[in-house]
Design a protein around this ligand. Structure first.
Ligand code: C2E
Ligand code: MG
Ligand code: MG
Length: 712
C-alpha cells in the first residue's frame, strides 16, 4: 500500500530550502542594518562638518569685524563717510559677505557699502537690530542661512557706533554637501563590495545544500527506495527477485544484506506453508485451496478449446451421527476409508483423469476430465458413471473396529461450460446439485439444472420470511383430536404448526419445518409452539363435563433435542402455563432420537422423571429396529401413516403393524395410529388392540376455538 506524503528526500530539500530562506533573511537583515548605520554615520558627519564649518566662519567673521571696527574708529570720529564707504565696500567684496552695515551710536545706518546709500540715516529695522545696536561688545547671531557678526566702534570709552557684516552660509552648506556626497560614494563602493560577498556566500551555501541533497539521494534515498521496491514485490508474493547486492560496509549495506536474508527465509517459509496449506492433513488429498487453484488453471487452459469438465460434489450422509456417537477418532478413520473408496470409484471410470480433494468435514470433490480433450467425449456419461460408483461404493457398510457403520453419500454434478463458466460458479452449482440430492432422499446423485437455482432461491426467501413470522402473527397452531380406539372417546390432541404466508398463502408444514430445521430457526419457533400449546391446553381444564383431562401432544425437532436446554424449557413452560406435566406429550421422531442416542436417552429420562410423556413419532420410517425401543425408554409410539394407509391392501404392512403393537404392549408402551382415513382401518386397528387413533376420519386439525367447541 502506498501512502501519499513527503519522501525523505523531499523533506530534506524542504529543510534546506527553509534554512536557505532563513540565511537569506538574516543576510538581508544584516544588509539593512548596515545601510541604516551608514545613513546614521553620514548624518553625524554632516552635523559635525556643519558645526566645524560654522565655527570657522564665525571665527574668521569675528576677526574681520574686529579689524573693520578698529579701522572704522577714526573715519567715524571724523565722520569721514568716504573712508567709511571705502572700508565698507572693501569688506562687502569679501567672500560670502552678504551685507555690510555701519551704523551710528543710535543704530542709524551710516553706510552699507553701496554707492548712493539709499538707507542712509534710517534705523536698522531687522529683528536683530535692537540687540546689535545696544550690544556692549562683539556680537554674533545665526539667523537661518545667515551669520550676523557685529562689533561696536569705539574711541577710548566713547561709543561711536558699530559695524555689522552678514555672512551667507550657503557656501558652507555646499561644501558640507560635497563632503557628505564623497562619503556616500565611498559607502556605496563598500556596500557593493559587501553585497557581492553576501551573494557569493548565499550561492556557496545553496551549492553546498544541493551537494548535500545529491549525496543524501545517492547514499540514503536510493538504497531505501530500492528496498521499498523489493518489499512491495515480496508483499505481492514474488520472493524470487533478489535484492541487488551491496558492497557497502556501513549500516545501510548491512540492512540491504539483512533484507536479502529475510527475503530468502520468507521464500522458504512460503514454500513450507504452501505445502501445508495445499493439502488436507488427514487424507493427504488436495484441499479446497489447492483444488480451486487447479480448477482455475484448467479452466484457463481450456478456454476456447471446446473441451468439457465435470465437477462432482460429494457429501456424506449422516456423518455427523458417526462423529457424535462414536467419537472423532472413529470419524477420522471413517473419512480415511471413504477417501480410499472414492479413489477406487475414480479408478473404475476409464478414459478420464480425476483430481480428488477434500473440502473439510465430510465434503469431497472430484474434478473429472476426459483424457482426449480434443475428441467428442461424453463427459456427462462419465460423470454419471462415477457418481453412480461413488454412491454404490459408499453405500456398502464400513468396518470400524469390528462394527459395521452404514453411511451414504449425496453427489451433485455440475458440467463446465454448460452449467457454469467460472470456477466459483461451478463449485457453487455442484453444491446446489448435491443439496438437491439430499433433498431427494440422500444416497443418490443429481445433475445441476437451472431449476435448482430457483428452488434454492425460494428456500433462502422462505428462511428470511420465516424469521419473525410468530411476531407478525403468521404462524399459528391447529389441534388434531386423538381418540381412544376402543370407545372413540376424545383423549387429547396433537398441536401442529401452520404458516400463513402474506403472499403465498398456506405453506405446507413439511416444507417450512424443513427450512426451519436447516436454518436453526426451529429452536425459536419450536419453543414458541410449546408455549402456545401448553397455555392453550391449560385453559381446557376449566371446560366442564370432561371425563379425563385432555393431553396436548407437541412435536419436538431433532435440533431442539440437541440444543441442550429442552428440559429447562419444558419445565419453564409448564410452570408458566400451570399445565400438569402428565398432560404434556412430546413427539420426537425416531431418527432424531437414534441419531443422537446417548444424549437423547438422558434428556428423555429427565423429561419422563418430570412426568412429561414422550412419544416416538413416525415410527417405522427410520432405519432403526425395534430393538432400539429397549434402549430408549418412551411412553408411546406413533405408527407412521404410510403403514396405516396400506393396511387394508398390503399384508406386509399389516404384519408389521401387528408386530409393533404386540411388542409395544409387551413393554407397556402406548401405540397411536396416525392417518386413519377409513372406517376399515379403524376397525382393523381396534381389532388388533391399538390404543389411540388419529386421522381425517375422526377429525381434521382445527384451530383452537373449533377445538374448544369440540370439547363442548
Ligand atoms: P407429524 O408429527 O407426523 O404430524 C402428523 C401429520 O399428519 C400432520 O401433518 C397431520 O395434519 C397429518 N395427518 C393427520 N391425520 C391425517 C390423515 O388422516 N391423513 C393424512 N394424509 N394426513 C394426516 P402436517 O400438519 O402437515 O405436519 C407435517 C409434519 O410437520 C408433522 O408430522 C411434524 O413432523 C411437523 N410439524 C408440525 N408441527 C410441528 C411443530 O410444532 N414442531 C415440529 N418440530 N414439527 C412439527
Ligand atoms: Mg407428530
Ligand atoms: Mg407422525
Amino acid at each position: 500500500m502506498k501512502r501519499a506524503g513527503l519522501g525523505l528526500q523531499s523533506r530534506f530539500q524542504l529543510a534546506i530550502l527553509v534554512l536557505l530562506g532563513f540565511v537569506a533573511l538574516m543576510l538581508a537583515l544584516l544588509w539593512y542594518r548596515q545601510t541604516v548605520s551608514q545613513q546614521e554615520v553620514i548624518e553625524i558627519s554632516r552635523q559635525s562638518t556643519h558645526a566645524l564649518l560654522a565655527e570657522q566662519v564665525r571665527i574668521s567673521g569675528e576677526a574681520q569685524v574686529r579689524q573693520l571696527a578698529e579701522a572704522l574708529a577714526n573715519p567715524l570720529y571724523y565722520f569721514d563717510l568716504d573712508a567709511v564707504g571705502t572700508l565698507a565696500r572693501a569688506a562687502l567684496r569679501g567672500p560670502d559677505v552678504e551685507y555690510v552695515l555701519v551704523y551710528d551710536e543710535n543704530g542709524r545706518i551710516l553706510h552699507d557699502g553701496s554707492g548712493d546709500i539709499p538707507a542712509f540715516g534710517q534705523p536698522m529695522n531687522d529683528p536683530l537690530a535692537k540687540e546689535v545696536a545696544t550690544a556692549k561688545g562683539p556680537h554674533t547671531r545665526q539667523v537661518g542661512e545667515l551669520l550676523d557678526v557685529s562689533s561696536p566702534v569705539t574711541i577710548g570709552d566713547e561709543r561711536l557706533g558699530g559695524v555689522r557684516i552678514g555672512y551667507a552660509l550657503a557656501a558652507m552648506t555646499r561644501s558640507e554637501d560635497q563632503a557628505v556626497e564623497a562619503l556616500g560614494t565611498r559607502f556605496g563602493e563598500v556596500n557593493r563590495r559587501s553585497l557581492s560577498w553576501l551573494l557569493l556566500l548565499c550561492a556557496g551555501f545553496a551549492g553546498i545544500s544541493l551537494l548535500g541533497a545529491a549525496i543524501m539521494q545517492r547514499l540514503l534515498v536510493r538504497p531505501i527506495r530500492m528496498l521499498g521496491d523489493v518489499a512491495s514485490r515480496i508483499e505481492s508474493g514474488d520472493f524470487k527477485t533478489p535484492v541487488p547486492a551491496s558492497n557497502r560496509t556501513d549500516e545501510l549495506g548491512e540492512l540491504v544484506r539483512a533484507f536479502d536474508r529475510m527475503r530468502e527465509s520468507l521464500a522458504r517459509h512460503d514454500r513450507d506453508i504452501r505445502r501445508v496449506a495445499y493439502s488436507d492433513a488427514l487424507t493427504g488429498l488436495a484441499n479446497r485451496l489447492a483444488f480451486r487453484e487447479a480448477l482455475e488453471a484448467r479452466l484457463r487452459e481450456m478456454k476456447g478449446a471446446g473441451s468439457q469438465l465435470a465437477l462432482l460434489f460429494a457429501d456424506l450422509d449422516d456423518f455427523k451421527r458417526v462423529n457424535d456417537s462414536l467419537g472423532h477418532e472413529a470419524g477420522d478413520e471413517v473419512l480415511l476409508q471413504v477417501a480410499e473408496r472414492i479413489d477406487r470409484a475414480v479408478q473404475s471410470v476409464q478414459g478420464a483423469q480425476a483430481l480428488v480433494a477434500r473440502f473439510g468435514g465430510d465434503e469431497f470433490v472430484v474434478l473429472l476430465q476426459a483424457d482426449d480433450a480434443g475428441l467428442q467425449v461424453d463427459i456427462r456419461g462419465m460423470a454419471s458413471k462415477l457418481a453412480g460408483a461413488l454412491v454404490e461404493q459408499l453405500g456398502e457398510p464400513l468396518l470400524l473396529h469390528g462394527r459395521q457403520v452404514l453411511l451414504g453419500v449425496s453427489v451433485g454434478v455440475a458440467i463446465f461450460p454448460d452449467d457454469a463458466g467460472s470456477a466459483s460458479l461451478l463449485m457453487k452449482n455442484g453444491d446446489i446439485a448435491m443439496y438437491q440430492a439430499k433433498v431427494a432422499g440422500k444416497n443418490c446423485h443429481r445433475f445441476y439444472s437451472r431449476a435448482m437455482d430457483q428452488a434454492l432461491e425460494r428456500r433462502v426467501r422462505m428462511e428470511q420470511d420465516l424469521r419473525g413470522a410468530w411476531g407478525r402473527g403468521e404462524l399459528s397452531l391447529v389441534y388434531q383430536p386423538i381418540y381412544r380406539a376402543s370407545d372413540q372417546a376424545l383423549v387429547g390432541c396433537e398441536a401442529l404448526l401452520r404458516w400463513s404466508h402474506p403472499e403465498d398463502g398456506a405453506v405446507a408444514p413439511s416444507v417450512f419445518i424443513e427450512v426451519a430445521e436447516q436454518s436453526g430457526l426451529i429452536e425459536v419457533i419450536g419453543r414458541q409452539a410449546l408455549q402456545h400449546a401448553c397455555t392453550e391446553a391449560a385453559s381446557w381444564q376449566s371446560v366442564s363435563g370432561l371425563e379425563h383431562p385432555l393431553f396436548v401432544s407437541v412435536n419436538v425437532s431433532a435440533r431442539q433435542l440437541r440444543s441442550g436446554d429442552l428440559v429447562k424449557q419444558v419445565a419453564d413452560v409448564l410452570a408458566q402455563s400451570g399445565l400438569p406435566p402428565e398432560r404434556l406429550h412430546l413427539e420426537l421422531t425416531e431418527t432424531a432420537v437414534i441419531s443422537d442416542e446417548a444424549n437423547a436417552t438422558a434428556v428423555l429420562a429427565r423429561l419422563r422423571e418430570m412426568g412429561v410423556r414422550v412419544w416416538l413419532d413416525d415410527f417405522g420410517t427410520g432405519y432403526s429396529s425395534l430393538s432400539h425401543l429397549r434402549r430408549v425408554q418412551v411412553d408411546g409410539l406413533k405408527i407412521d401413516r404410510s403403514f396405516i394407509a396400506d393396511l387394508l391392501r398390503d399384508p406386509d404392512d399389516l404384519a408389521l403393524t401387528s408386530a409393533i403393537l404386540a411388542m409395544a404392549h409387551s413393554m407397556g408402551v402406548t401405540v397411536v395410529a396416525e392417518g386413519v382415513e377409513r372406517q376399515g382401518q379403524l376397525d382393523l386397528l381396534r381389532e388388533r388392540d391399538c390404543d389411540l387413533v388419529q386421522g381425517y376420519l375422526l377429525g381434521y386439525p382445527m384451530d383452537a376455538r373449533d377445538f374448544r367447541d369440540l370439547l363442548g
